[in-house]
Design a protein around this ligand. Structure first.
Ligand code: ZN
Length: 609
């Protein structure tokens, strides 16, 4: 009972908060018809991506610039060469036969706690005795301090920074190996390890490793590249490669080869100039188009594990008046309701903000809304407000939505946000799964019957009794198979069950007890409650909303929008209304909120003990 009431309270609080944080003194609809499209920074395959880097120097207690505690200048020189190589800058060592990868690296200016930083984090390695004697250990069969100990103590949020550890020794050697990198991963060990004496072109560097090619090579791995020689050990094997997309380095414009250790082709036709070979530094000068495509990912937006780096604030300086636009975490509003664009405005500077202006435009439509936002309470540093562009809503379709902060601030790189949104009729699916004692045997998938694609799945549940796990997703109209597996072939006979519910609370799949090794539940999802909106002039905006939008001429008074709640009712999933005195069992309930103007909102809530 208490739970339900606190939830209602929470809901009402957020409702009024979301409207109270930002008062708009003006809403303009600009050039609704026939206006020329403004050019807005749209991210696409040709955009140059920038990745924030932090260098952790794990030194042995020397002064800065002495021994393993290499100077800032040496590190910055390594960063310079890394950028020259990735951007194929004319006249540099990186200006070879390859392509401009269009990925750059910036030295972090803001640490994970939003404090200013030089991007070089110096850590005394004397706290790890094995590190002092033998350096860092990556391979468990070698010696040194396990990498996990050093990395977990020093790593910066890997979703926002490329971590580079500059170390005294690797496996008790300061000569070889020169570096290690993780492929794209979410592991705590994610990042790059490099010897202090192979980065940069001057300072404490080995004479045959003074072109900083090791860092370029390791960053190639970090962004998903394999060695050009794959796993080939003989030239015969390499040259008998039959499918360049799945064999070798899985890149088709790097000829198959074994490692080339000099500046010549050990295997005929080998591309020893490639950064991802083992050839000498003096002949390495290229990434290929195929390697660029692999690093930049399917849509030019990096590997899934690396995408978040593009949203990082790591290189935004901590100073002055600086606002940043960010996409809200969830942009997919599930259901049949028209889509309403929303944007988060965050204060990344050091001074409170009272006023700003944001424009929302939708490509190939005349949709353009300007919001001049005046705040009653200032937006303090590190805080955000969410702005809804709800004066016009969109019918079903594919949209490219652009947000533009038009208030001038000191850093304009984060004043544009764009995203593609496919708004289709959809609904929320809820899976409540209570694995039996042997949760590790359970896994499930939701398969699109049309494409055979797995669109939702889970495995890896723990052994032992746990709380029920509630999983929610949004799926588009269509037909699906929900398939659940038990590895041991005895279902959930040790006390488990599962229920899959649609948005109205109908059970689509249920099971308990010993159901063997697999169960399949076919079902179709169709929203009948709402038709797609009418859009006779085909501009992507419901005709109904256009009328409303055109009607808005007066500034909107914020307080007019807060609707008075007159009644809240609670239903269980069978549709029965519950009384306030009732003792609610664990399960799913729907709250219906009725407003004085006769409109309704609903909210789904879960309760379990
Ligand atoms: Zn390598």
């Amino acid at each position: 009972m208490k739970y339900i009431f606190s939830l209602i309270f929470f809901f009402i609080t957020t409702l009024s908060l979301s409207q109270g944080q930002c008062g708009f003194n003006d809403v303009k609809m600009m050039g609704f018809y026939g206006r020329q499209k403004k050019s807005i920074n749209v991210s696409n395959r040709t955009e140059v991506h920038t990745i924030p880097v932090v260098f952790h120097v794990i030194h042995l207690g020397e002064d800065v610039g002495v021994g393993t505690n290499i100077s800032d200048e040496q590190i910055l020189d390594g960063l310079r060469i890394l950028n020259e190589d990735f951007r194929k800058i004319q006249g540099t060592w990186g200006d070879g036969d390859g392509v401009d990868v269009e990925i750059e690296f910036c030295l972090s200016q803001r640490d994970p706690n939003n404090n200013p930083t030089s991007g070089i984090n110096r850590v005394n390695g004397n706290q790890w005795p094995s590190y002092v004697d033998e350096g860092i250990r990556v391979n468990p069969l070698n010696s040194g301090e396990p990498e996990i100990n050093i990395k977990s103590a020093t790593s910066w949020d890997r979703s926002s920074y490329m971590n580079v550890w500059i170390v005294s020794e690797i496996h008790d050697s300061n000569v070889s190996p020169q570096g290690f990198a993780t492929l794209p991963t979410n592991s705590i060990t994610d990042g790059i390890i490099i010897l202090h004496n192979v980065i940069g072109s001057f300072g404490n560097v080995q004479s045959f490793h003074n072109m900083s090619r090791t860092l370029t090579h390791e960053v190639g791995h970090y962004l998903g590249l394999f060695h050009t020689f794959g796993m080939y050990q003989t030239c015969d094997n390499a040259l008998s490669e039959s499918d360049c997309q799945t064999q070798g380095d899985m890149v088709c414009d790097t000829p198959p080869t074994t490692p080339n250790l000099q500046c010549d082709d050990w295997c005929p036709g080998a591309q020893y100039e490639n950064y991802m070979d083992y050839s000498l530094q003096s002949c390495k000068n290229m990434f290929t188009q195929g390697q660029k495509d692999r690093m930049r990912g399917v849509n030019g937006i990096l590997n899934p594990f690396r995408i978040s780096l593009l949203d990082s604030e790591g290189c935004v300086p901590v100073e002055g008046f600086n606002l940043s636009l960010k996409l809200p975490q969830v942009v997919n509003e599930c259901g049949t309701e028209p889509f309403k664009p929303q944007i988060e405005v965050k204060n990344l500077g050091t001074i409170p903000v009272y006023e700003f202006s944001v424009t929302c435009t939708i490509e190939n439509t005349p949709y353009e809304v300007v919001k001049d936002c005046v705040l009653t309470n200032p937006l303090l540093p590190q805080n955000s407000v969410f702005i809804d562009f709800d004066y016009s809503s969109l019918g079903y379709g594919n949209y490219v939505i652009n947000f533009n902060l038009t208030t001038e601030d000191i850093y304009s790189g984060d004043n544009f946000v764009t995203y593609e949104f496919n708004h289709q009729p959809s609904q929320e699916m809820t899976l409540i799964i209570n694995t039996d004692f042997f949760g590790n045997e359970t896994s499930w998938e939701l398969i699109d019957q049309n494409t055979q694609e797995i669109i939702w799945s889970q495995d890896g549940y723990p052994i032992g009794m746990e709380f029920p796990s509630v999983e929610i997703t949004c799926i588009q109209n269509g037909c699906y198979d929900f398939v659940i597996y038990d590895l041991a072939g005895d279902g959930m006979q040790f006390g488990g069950d599962f229920t899959l519910l649609d948005a109205s609370g109908n059970t689509l799949a249920y099971g308990e007890g010993d159901w063997g090794s697999v169960l399949t539940f076919p079902f179709c999802v169709e929203n009948q409650t709402s038709e797609n909106c009418e859009d006779l002039n085909n501009n992507g905006i419901c005709d109904f909303d256009e009328e409303i939008v055109n009607y808005i001429e007066e500034p909107i008074n914020q307080s007019d929008e807060i609707k008075q709640i007159i009644k809240i009712r609670t239903f269980d999933i069978s549709g029965r209304i519950l009384s306030e005195s009732e003792n609610y069992q664990p399960g799913i309930y729907i709250l219906m909120i009725e407003y004085e103007d006769g409109s309704y909102d609903s909210q789904k809530i879960f309760r379990w003990d």
